[in-house]
Structures are given as C-alpha cells and as structure tokens.
Design a protein around this ligand. Structure first.
Ligand code: ATP
Length: 197
C-alpha cells in the first residue's frame, strides 16, 4: 500500500483536496485534527507540555490554546520544544494508522510535512498550490482574520515554491483550474502505481 502525503500553505486547499480523495474511497489522516486529540488525551504528552509551559497550559483537561499560542508566537525556542513533543507523537500515531489501512493507498494531510521530516515515512507527497492573493482572500473569509494576521501566518511558513519543488505531484487550486478533474486523474495514477508495489 502506498503512503501519500498532502501538504501546502495555509488556505491552499489541502482539506478541500483531501475530502475529494475521501469521496473516491481513499482513507485520509488529518494530522492537525489528530494532533489536537493527542494533546488533549495522551497522558505522557500532557505531562511533557505541563513541564515546559506550566499547569496553566490546560484548563479543564483541554489545552489552553490561547496561552500556548501567546508563548510560542514570540519565543522560537518554546515553539521548537512544542514541535519536538507534538511532531514525533503525531508521526508515530499516523504511521500506526497508515499500517492498518487496507486500501491501495492512503493519505496523510498535514501542513508541516517537510518541516517535521515526515516525508521519510511517505512514498510520495502531493502539494496543493494556490496563488498567495487567493489564499489570503480564502483565510480572511473562513477565519475572519485581518490581512496582516494572514500575512504573518504565511510568512511563518516554509517558502511555498520550495515546498512545491519537494512534492512529487502538484495540484493547482486556483479558482480557474478544475480541482475534481485533477484529483481524479491523480487518483487513477496512484491506483496504477499502487499495483506496482
Ligand atoms: P489550512 O492550512 O488553513 O487548514 P487548507 O489548506 O486545508 O487550509 P482549505 O480549508 O481546504 O485549505 O481551504 C481554505 C478555504 O478556502 C476554505 O474555506 C475552502 O472552502 C476554500 N476553498 C478551497 N479551495 C477552494 C476553491 N477551489 N474555490 C473556492 N474556495 C475554495
């Protein structure tokens, strides 16, 4: 079974593309969703977070996102420590999940694939690409953020061109190109590639 990653910048359409693969019957692991669950449910992870960020990192057994974000946003060392806890836990959880799947291929959708070096556990990575201007418009509309806040998030992420160069396949998700057609074509390609493994 092939293990496929889907990545791309904020607002590129990773989740939208992944949901089309799901409609085609392909199981998808959403790394952000699972990471949030791990942070709220895994006792050893909770203990590590409290050790670094203090007891106030959890309120009623739920991660205090606002508090953690306020620290890591201004302290790169603390962000690094947080990533060192969350990334390995999510990567091994995703690997366990992928090893249980029975389809010709399965997908892990994650914003940070190359940044967390999780491409090492994947056969191929698909990049979802959209022009920055379009991504900004989508995020303003979806998350009700200001343009400045969206730009801050974009500038905190890996350079988009570099990210796409590292991908085996790129799906263009500007409004003009037909998204479903591209996904179906890639799906067929991946199905035939899976027969060769
Ligand atoms: P994030 O990294 O923030 O989680 P993402 O890459 O997963 O974002 P999506 O959540 O799939 O991106 O898309 C961002 C927003 O843009 C959503 O509201 C989605 O409905 C919208 N969107 C995505 N693709 C298109 C498209 N081709 N046409 C119109 N709207 C789109």
């Amino acid at each position: 079974m092939l293990k496929i990653g889907i990545t791309g910048g904020i607002g590129s359409g990773k989740t939208t593309v992944s949901s089309i693969f799901e409609v085609l019957g392909i199981p998808v692991y959403y790394a952000d969703v699972e990471a949030k669950k791990i942070l709220n449910e895994d006792d050893s992870i909770i203990a590590s977070i409290k050790k670094i960020f203090g007891e106030e990192s959890y309120i009623n057994h739920q991660l205090n996102n606002k508090y953690i974000a306020s620290i890591v946003f201004t302290d790169p060392n603390k962000l690094n420590l947080l990533n060192q806890i969350v990334h390995p836990a999510t990567i091994s959880h995703a690997n366990e999940w992928m090893n249980k799947q029975l389809s010709p291929y399965c997908i892990k959708e994650a914003a940070l694939i190359f940044e967390s070096e999780s491409q090492k556990n994947l056969d191929y990575v698909i990049g979802v690409w959209a022009q920055e201007e379009i991504r900004i418009k989508r995020i303003i509309k979806r998350d009700h953020l200001s343009k400045e806040d969206v730009l801050k998030r974009i500038n905190n992420q890996m350079n988009e061109e570099l990210k796409m160069k590292n991908c085996a396949f790129v799906i263009h998700n500007n409004e003009i190109e037909m998204l479903t057609t591209q996904v179906i074509e890639l799906h067929e390609k991946l199905l035939s590639m899976s027969l060769l493994t």
